[in-house]
Ligand binder design. Structure first.
Ligand code: FAD
Ligand code: NAD
Length: 474
């Protein structure tokens, strides 16, 4: 006998829990299955994001920033920091408490919205049945009018540097070091490498990041990447580009890493090595024979623009399908699919998904870069404004970075916004909103911005598109 639902969701990460809660809000009888266990061995909802991703990394970024500012910023304010000390287990404990609060919060939201939670591994069978192998060893079969696959992603492992959980780790290990490694190696200068490399660098580790590509942050605006690289190097991050790693050996508690770059073959010795070379869809074991759901060459579930798999009533969302691997992209897909199932016009606009890297300074963007527009032959104009000329930024001693607004040469429609600076994770949403409403640089320039605030950089950058910025020479 199988239990009947309107909607069965596999995976309770950002994509899956949004889909489940929205479906339940719309009056659909909903179940959500998740296999993950927390650090305490108990089921923990919320996926990679809440357990070992967005939230714990931001908790440690914030703790480490406090410590860094103590040593690098407080003196300027006339505040003495003699005798300051750091306690890593307390810092990690605070992070764990935040994780528990949020994973427990999803369980409460499920309860309040009458989403039935199942704890175990779910496998889609033909005919929209889902077999759940529960943690207690029992099995249950759920049957849905609709099934939403939201299995998420897992770290890519390099064949020569297998994760051992102690010396060679992915994000899970690097969020849980019990002491500051003296020498931390990182393979991959992407989002995870830069965020977690920054955490341990601020706490005192000597961090070396080896990036395979010759360009730093190849997906970002070139001016943003240039400014960010300079700032990270000033902070002591040793970032080596065009480095092809070939061997990692663990011996006597150390990792010997061999790589080749323009200078030839070199070896570095680390206490810990973080491998952060991207993530892959977690589709292993998810699909039984004969479901008809297709995987692409990267193991991602094939879907159309509405997240439909082509198999009647089967949908897939979040990191396990195409598109950026971002929690908020999964949120929107989850909501859109639940609404489509309920007969509403669910939709995700891929053109306005913001990207943020939570380093110091932060990096954020939405829309197209100048390089993309050039390649697409779209005529554009640009306005920039530096934070060093913003009163609030100077008062806060946060001078690094700038805002760049890109608008269409003829229509003035905003096509992209690129930012590097303090708290630009918040400011980027001015670009998101303007683009969603198909606004122009002139619209943005004519919107009143509070003084003094960091947002004045956005205002002046929009005015600079028409060479009428007030606080700089155009
Ligand atoms: P996941 O969060 O991976 O959740 C999938 C869930 O499904 C998991 O709980 C898994 O256990 C479960 N599951 C999988 N298969 C099955 C199965 N067969 N049966 C039952 N359960 C199953 N993104 C941002 O937007 N901002 C950030 O700041 C950010 N920081 C990050 C930091 C780190 C260190 C990492 C690793 C990622 C970060 N991300 C960030 C990315 C973000 O975590 C992911 O994009 C997001 O979690 C994807 O959501 P999801 O629901 O698709 O998948
Ligand atoms: P990433 O794709 O951001 O970066 C991986 C980096 O590793 C790239 O620069 C790539 O060129 C490099 N690389 C790949 N193979 C290599 C090799 N063999 N040697 C050296 N360098 C190599 O991936 P990530 O940092 O692992 O993060 C995974 C995903 O998680 C990201 O794509 C992002 O979507 C998500 N994430 C988002 C945030 C955020 O939004 N703030 C934070 C963390 C993670």
């Amino acid at each position: 006998m199988s239990e009947q639902f309107d909607v069965v969701v596999i995976g309770a990460g950002p994509a899956g829990y949004h889909a489940a809660i929205r479906a339940a809000q719309l009056g659909l009888k909903t179940a959500c299955i998740d296999a993950a266990l927390g650090k305490d061995g108990k089921p923990a909802l919320g996926g990679t994001c809440l357990r070992v991703g967005c939230i714990p990394s931001k908790a440690l970024l914030d703790s480490s920033r406090q410590w860094w500012n103590l040593g690098h910023l407080f003196g300027e304010h006339g505040i003495s920091t003699q005798g300051a000390a750091i306690d890593i287990p307390t810092m990690i404990g605070r992070k764990d408490k935040i994780v528990k609060q949020f994973t427990g919060g999803i369980a409460q939201l499920f309860k309040a919205n009458k989403v039935s939670a199942f704890y175990g591994f779910g496998q889609l069978q033909p005919g929209r049945k889902v077999l759940v192998r529960q943690h207690d060893g029992s099995e249950v079969t759920l049957e849905g009018r609709h099934v939403i696959l939201a299995a998420g992603s897992e770290s890519i492992e390099l064949p020569f540097a297998r994760f051992d959980g102690t010396h060679i780790v992915d994000n899970v290990g690097a969020l849980d070091f019990t002491e500051v490694p003296k020498r931390l190696g990182v393979i991959g200068a992407g989002v995870i490498g830069l965020e977690l490399g920054s955490v341990w660098n601020r706490l005192g580790a000597q961090v070396t990041i080896l990036e395979g590509l010759p360009d730093f942050l190849a997906a970002a605006d070139r001016d943003v990447a240039r400014v960010a690289l300079k700032e990270f190097q000033k902070q002591g991050l040793d970032i080596r580009l065009g480095a092809k790693c070939t061997k990692a050996e663990v011996k006597k508690g150390e990792v010997r890493l061999t790589y080749t770059d323009a200078k030839g073959e070199q070896t570095l010795v680390f206490d810990r090595l973080l491998v952060a070379v991207g993530r892959k869809a977690a589709s292993r074991g998810l699909l039984a024979e004969g479901t008809g759901v297709q995987l692409d060459e990267r193991g991602r579930i094939v879907v159309d623009e509405h997240c439909h798999t082509g198999v009647e009533g089967v949908w897939a969302i979040g990191d396990c399908v195409r598109g950026p691997m971002l929690a908020h992209k999964g949120f929107e897909e989850g909501i859109a699919v639940a609404e489509l199932i309920a007969g509403l016009p669910g939709h995700v606009n891929f053109e306005t998904i913001p990207w943020v890297i939570y380093t110091e300074p932060e990096i954020a963007w939405v829309g197209k870069t100048e390089e993309q527009l050039k390649a697409e032959g779209i005529p554009y104009k640009v306005g920039t404004f530096p934070f060093a000329a913003v009163g609030r930024a100077v008062a806060m001693a946060e001078l690094a970075g700038f805002v760049k607004v890109i608008a269409h040469e003829e229509t003035d429609t905003v096509l992209g916004m690129h930012l590097v600076g303090a708290n630009v994770s918040e400011l980027v949403h001015e670009g998101v909103l303007t683009m969603e409403f198909k606004g122009s640089a002139d619209d943005l320039a004519r919107i009143c911005h509070a003084h003094p605030s960091m947002s004045e950089a956005v205002h002046d950058a929009a005015m600079a598109v028409h060479k009428r910025a007030i606080h700089k020479v155009n």
